[in-house]
Ligand binder design. Sequence first.
Ligand SMILES: C[S@@+](CC[C@H](N)C(=O)[O-])C[C@H]1O[C@@H](n2cnc3c(N)ncnc32)[C@H](O)[C@@H]1O
Length: 230
Amino acid sequence: MQADEVSRMFSIISRRYDFLNHLMSFGLDAYWRKRLVSLIKPKPGDLILDVASGTGDVAIELARQFKNTKITGVDFSNPMLQIAKKKVAILGKSENIKFQFGDALNLPFKDNKFEAATMAFGIRNVENCQKGIKEMKRVVKKGGLVLILEFSRPNNFITPFYWLYLKLVIPTLGGIFSKKQAYLYLSSSIWQFINTVNIADDLKELGFIHVKKIPLTLGVVSIYIGEKAL
Ligand SMILES: C[S@@+](CC[C@H](N)C(=O)[O-])C[C@H]1O[C@@H](n2cnc3c(N)ncnc32)[C@H](O)[C@@H]1O
């Protein structure tokens, strides 16, 4: 799918996005984001970027765990960002979190600006994965972290159930509560992604050091971390 189609699709499903996320992951998505955020050790005043921020759950979790940091969320779907802004206003976190429209492949920030950059469930939607990671690397300071949370291939007894879940359950629930076509795309994009892309290898190829893959929940998702060399 091309970038403008991806943006349009997320705009269409934005209203029900959070509800379906929690439902389809049995509420585990909140735990996965918590784990992602807990891997960062910022100092007061540090700037943290959340790319493909969507409805802002990672940005909100960053603000929850790190009271004295400044967080910027960037996404190219305005309806997703509108929901993020509302949630942040309700939580009284507008001082710490700002959202900005922008493309992950051409981030609207100068080099070496942020202490860390996160991306949760965004990289598989980006047209060129390595280019997306390279952009995150560009805007992170030397010694800073890039952290990516994404679906991954379990390689254990759960794989056939995972496949069935993706092929049957996700499009069915998507059809009932939102737009079936969008959820058909989402499930096929997950399956294609987990069988073709290796984020840990991409991080290494792009020159990151201390690269780690941390599988969660029997490996259905993983966190990938890389440090930008000094
Ligand atoms: C599955 S949602 C994830 C949202 C959020 N990070 C979360 O954890 O729920 C993917 C988001 O990535 C955004 N996205 C996809 N490609 C993008 C790009 N090239 N630039 C900016 N945002 C992008 C979409 O608009 C969407 O909001």
